[in-house]
Design a protein around this ligand. Structure first.
Ligand SMILES: Nc1ncnc2c1ncn2[C@@H]1O[C@H](COP(=O)(O)OP(=O)(O)OP(=O)(O)O)[C@@H](O)[C@H]1O
Length: 277
């Protein structure tokens, strides 16, 4: 008589791990004849920063846009806490506890800083800030709650003193902070950041990295950025894309030494005529 294989027995009795907070599985996107993403998967776990890097045109923004519901994949599936998200739309994100910042800042030009951040806090309040934009009635308690949530996020990010200013009157790095405050006002448990360091100087990028790292005590972060120093220093896991495919995945150290990653970036440098960024 043969004894059952011990590893098999262990597998069958292993308690299943809880599903990732968010997962994109087997995502492919085609734009006409161009395959922007080819069978790409990505998962976000609690308290983790997951970075997505890759040379220009690798598919980072397309993947981000799929995760936000801006781009519908041709194939593949998104999951939130193990539950399939069919036909995700951007306006559904905040109701699911997902917030995002986009490349650039994307603030409403006609609203003050405070009002912009109140839009982010909207999901908590019954009648909502959006209704106020259309002059619909809403309670004083709702208004107070929105202001408190917004001010809390602005305080945390360090932009409270700009509350009554219009975004266009502020320096670009401050506008980026306001956009971050608007995302945080929604109290997400998953934050999607697309190029948060673009347009920032070295010290601002270091400050941003420390800030985002500290957020992991209450949320997971998916970070798309081409600033290698930032990504390598704050991410727990990194997915590297090149020509729409995952060429490496793992810890910063593992990814840094992966030949496919070095090839991808050396290839990019060669394409750009050996010029540094
Ligand atoms: N709307 C679109 N229509 C057609 N092609 C597109 C579209 N969006 C992206 N692409 C193409 O898909 C590929 C991936 O683009 P994407 O912007 O996702 O790359 P990326 O890694 O974010 O690049 P970058 O670092 O330059 O922003 C590129 O070849 C790009 O030209």
């Amino acid at each position: 008589m043969t004894l059952p294989d011990r590893s098999d027995t262990q597998t069958s009795t292993t308690v299943r791990e809880s599903p990732p907070l968010f997962e994109a599985r087997g995502i492919s996107v085609r734009f006409g004849g161009l395959t922007a993403l080819d069978d790409v998967s990505l998962a976000a776990s609690p308290s983790e920063i997951h970075g997505v890097i890759g040379p220009n045109g690798a598919g980072k923004t397309t993947l981000f846009n799929v995760c936000c519901g801006f781009v519908a994949p041709d194939s593949g599936t998104l999951y939130r806490g193990g539950r399939e998200l069919a036909d995700l739309r951007p306006h559904q994100l905040s109701g699911m506890g997902i917030a995002r910042t986009l490349q650039g800042v994307g603030l409403f030009a006609g609203l003050t800083v405070l009002e912009n951040v109140m839009v982010g806090a909207d999901r908590f309040h019954r009648s909502g800030f959006t209704s106020a934009l259309f002059a619909l009635p809403r309670s004083a308690a709702d208004e107070r709650g929105l202001r408190e949530s917004a001010r809390g996020a602005m305080r945390e990010v360090g932009v409270e003193s700009y509350a009554s200013r219009m975004p266009s009157s502020l320096p670009y790095p401050v506008q980026k902070k306001v956009a971050l405050a608007r995302a945080l006002a929604a109290a997400p448990d998953l934050l999607l950041l697309d190029e948060p360091a673009s347009g920032l100087g070295h010290d601002e990028i270091v400050e941003l990295g420390e800030f985002v790292r500290a957020l992991t005590d209450r949320m997971a972060v998916i970070l798309v950025d081409h600033h290698m120093d930032l990504v390598m220093s704050i991410c727990d896991r990194i997915t590297v894309l090149d020509f729409g495919k995952v060429v490496a995945h793992g810890s910063p150290d593992a990814v840094r030494n992966e030949p496919a990653v070095i090839d991808a970036y050396l290839g990019e440098q060669a394409r750009r005529g050996d010029q540094d960024e």
